[in-house]
Design a protein around this ligand. Structure first.
Ligand code: G3H
Ligand code: 13P
Ligand code: ZN
Length: 350
């Protein structure tokens, strides 16, 4: 099966009332872990690569690994997504490579750190939408700013500093025509999200619900959605790691989001913890070992376990065969004739 449009995956998820995990990859083992979990649970998948990942693995290596995943798993719809694109050029290069979806994170300036103005965000995102939609490629935008820093990317802070304003979200959707919209409701990237278990009043679910009510046709995206489970932290620390006590996003909060328009859920940190814990365990318990396969195999298995669990919790499990994937060229026609237009004014006119 060729790579499919993320828009189709998310439209189907909306019809089915479930969410789709978007898992970050940097190497072959992570791709294999995701595909293993997708096969095990019969799930459609979104595989995503950050700018850092594209640089680390080198574009063509990474892209060809994804193509291998598609070749070996013809029954599983796979969307390949650029995570946190920082400029038009980054998104264009992903599209030229063959990614079927891009995120233009215009909430930050091109340096990936400084919050941008609303007008700057609208301008760059609209430009990406025009370019991408002509080619049948999906676009995710972001309004509001997440907390935390990953690999030098991110505004820092707690995640509660730039919560999305629902009025701005509506104006942004109208002026850009994005397919999916990442909103800031108090989450942040990385392991250190909360210093105590968030009790339901910490994440701004009321903001999410208000945005979904006003933008029912725009798929909402939750970034920074790792749950940072204690058992994964414990494995890392048991075998020589030094993680400080921390809490992530409870799965029940994500599920509440899914009942209110969240269709894409970004998870990276949980998989990083799972792999690192498994590698530490092998090296700690059997320091005489030096064959990378001795620790990469358990690392891959540990990640597959986390991904399969999330696929089940998000509800995508069992849905891989629900629909016939459309060619990207057919999707491009839908954008051209207006049938895939998500702008509130166009949706109201239909
Ligand atoms: O958004 C952040 C993702 O976890 C990717 O992180 O930029 O370190 O690859 P990265
Ligand atoms: P986590 O750091 O919570 O896994 O978030 C990942 C993410 O949002 C990638 O874009
Ligand atoms: Zn993110």
């Amino acid at each position: 099966m060729p790579l499919v449009s993320m828009r189709q995956l998310l439209d189907e998820a909306a019809k089915g009332g479930y969410g789709v995990g978007a898992f970050n990859v940097n190497d072959m083992e992570q791709i294999q872990a995701i595909m293993g979990a997708a096969k095990e649970t019969n799930s459609p998948v979104i595989i995503q690569a950050s700018r850092g990942a594209r640089q680390f693995a080198q574009d063509r290596y990474l892209f060809h690994l994804i193509l291998a995943a598609a070749e070996l798993n013809p029954d599983i719809p796979i969307a390949m997504h650029q995570d946190h694109g920082n400029s038009f050029e980054t998104c264009k290069s992903a599209i030229e490579l063959g990614y079927t979806s891009v995120m233009m994170d215009g909430s930050l300036k091109e340096d990936g750190k400084t919050p941008s103005t609303f007008e700057e965000n609208v301008e760059v995102t609209r430009k990406v939408v025009e370019y991408a939609h002509e080619r049948g490629v999906t676009v995710e935008g972001e309004i509001g700013v997440l907390g935390g820093v990953e690999d030098g990317h991110g505004a820092g802070g707690t995640g509660l500093e730039h919560i999305t304003d629902p009025d701005q979200a509506v104006e942004f959707a109208e002026r850009t025509g994005v397919d999916a919209l990442a909103i800031a409701i108090g989450t942040s990237h990385g392991a250190y999200k909360f210093t105590k278990k968030p009790d339901g009043s910490v994440l701004k679910m009321d903001v999410l619900i208000a945005i979904h009510k006003r933008l029912p046709q725009t798929h909402l995206v939750m970034h920074g959605s790792s749950s940072v489970p204690k058992d994964l932290q414990d494995v890392v620390n048991k075998y020589g790691g030094k993680l400080k006590e921390t809490w992530g996003v409870p799965v029940e909060e994500i599920q509440l989001g899914i009942r209110n328009g969240v269709r894409k859920i970004n998870v990276d940190t949980d998989n990083r913890l799972a792999m690192t814990g498994a590698i530490r365990k092998v090296l700690w318990e059997t320091p005489e070992k030096f064959d990378p396969r001795d620790y990469m195999k358990p690392a891959r298995e540990a990640m597959q376990k986390v991904v399969a669990l999330r696929m089940t919790q998000f509800g995508q499990a069992g849905h891989a065969g629900d629909y016939k994937p459309m060619l990207i060229t057919e999707i491009a026609k839908g954008y051209a004739d207006g049938s895939l237009d998500t702008r509130p004014s166009m949706a109201a006119a239909r």
